[in-house]
Design a protein around this ligand. Structure first.
Ligand code: SF4
Ligand code: SF4
Length: 353
């Protein structure tokens, strides 16, 4: 079985031309026509970090919000906090950044919320059926609404190779402790130099795995559950994350988490913006970031695997551009495993608008 993926080709860098193409796509496929009056519509996106200039432009988000509002539904934008340094590490800085990057309510027409709380620790825990991750913590509103709209900027990614719809859900819709667990099977360590001995990690650790040793926090690896709770607890950036996770396990974990999250929504819709496709994702990229593909356009689908696979194929054409750019091909595992787990289809019909 093949999934439908809609594509409106847009090669230009002109914002108004991009916006007009988006409007045309929305008019042709009417993806929001079944939204009901007063129904809350969560719209997942990332605003990119402070140095990133290639994230989805707020004007395009505004166009989508306006279109949703025609159905009298109530859209709201959301993201979660990240686990590395930057201005999205906590909700206060994250919301301030959103305002300064043009994602304020007055500009886009919908509120932006940080779904995992002030420091990324909030959420509801679930046990999931996966060989790669047993327990996840996700924003507690998940499970209360029927619809989900996921807006992604197509980029490369240091671990997943390609980052789009699947990564936006599997990593972008979990609370901080789960992000840490997803990034590393290994237990956290404390960097003595940075530890201010505030004791916050000790207080929060559910396994009593942390104690002071020579006036610095120390993680007992035998007791540690790898839950990641200590990471957001540390305001001194002293908890060390291992980034060298096995890539295929990272991909499978991402799929299992995304699959669980998506199972909580009846109707899912994914839109991917294939503009300014950078080697690094929007968490890391800057204005000097390398753009490794020509502009593709805007894709839309109900299938997260098909939309990701389609844009990777469009970027690659007849050669592996990801490989040439020095990116991993982890996304191939993601697509195959995601298909096997019933998250979507690798095969798709590309319908050009
Ligand atoms: S990961 Fe969890 S169990 Fe391990 S030290 Fe941190 S809080 Fe404690
Ligand atoms: S929270 Fe951070 S700074 Fe405070 S004791 Fe733990 S590791 Fe040290």
């Amino acid at each position: 079985m093949k999934s439908d993926v809609y594509l409106i080709e847009v090669k230009t860098n002109d914002l108004e031309a991009r916006r007009e193409s988006l409007q045309k796509l929305l008019e042709k496929i009417s993806p929001f026509k079944d939204y009901k009056k007063d129904e809350f519509i969560p719209v997942k996106l990332t605003i990119g970090d402070s140095q990133c200039v290639y994230n989805i432009h707020p004007e395009l988000v505004k166009t989508i919000v306006s279109e949703i509002k025609k159905s009298k539904a109530k859209p709201f934008l959301f993201d979660t906090n990240v686990i590395y340094k930057g201005e999205r590490l906590n909700a206060v800085d994250h919301l301030t950044l959103a305002q300064s990057k043009g994602f304020g309510h007055a500009k886009v027409g919908a509120p932006f919320i940080i779904a995992d709380g002030a420091f990324g620790q909030d959420g509801k825990e679930y046990a999931i059926d996966s060989d790669y991750i047993k327990k996840i913590k996700i924003p507690s509103f998940i499970g209360f609404m029927d619809n989900l709209l996921v807006l992604s900027h197509a980029t490369g990614h240091i671990l997943s190779g390609y980052a789009g719809a699947i990564k936006n859900v599997g990593m972008g819709m979990v609370s901080k402790p789960t992000k840490q667990v997803q990034h590393s099977s290994l237990k956290p360590h404390v960097m003595n130099k940075k530890c201010a001995a505030c004791g916050c990690c000790i207080k929060i650790c559910p396994a009593q795995a942390i104690s002071f040793k020579e006036k610095k926090a120390f993680v007992d690896q035998a007791k540690c559950l790898g839950c990641g709770e200590c990471l957001p607890a540390c305001k001194f950036d002293a908890i060390f994350i291992n980034w060298s996770e096995d890539h295929d396990i990272f991909a499978k974990r991402l799929i299992d988490v995304a699959g669980f999250i998506l199972s909580k929504f009846k109707n899912k819709f994914f839109m991917t913006f294939g503009f300014d496709i950078t080697k690094e994702c929007d968490c890391i990229s800057t204005k000097d970031e390398k753009i490794f593909s020509e502009n593709i356009g805007i894709l839309a689908s109900k299938d997260p695997i098909a939309i990701d696979k389609a844009i990777v194929d469009l970027i690659n054409k007849d050669k592996d551009v990801f490989k040439k750019t020095g990116l991993l091909d982890t996304h191939k595992t993601m697509f195959e495993y995601g298909c096997k787990k019933g998250l979507g289809n690798i095969d798709y019909n590309l319908i050009k608008i």
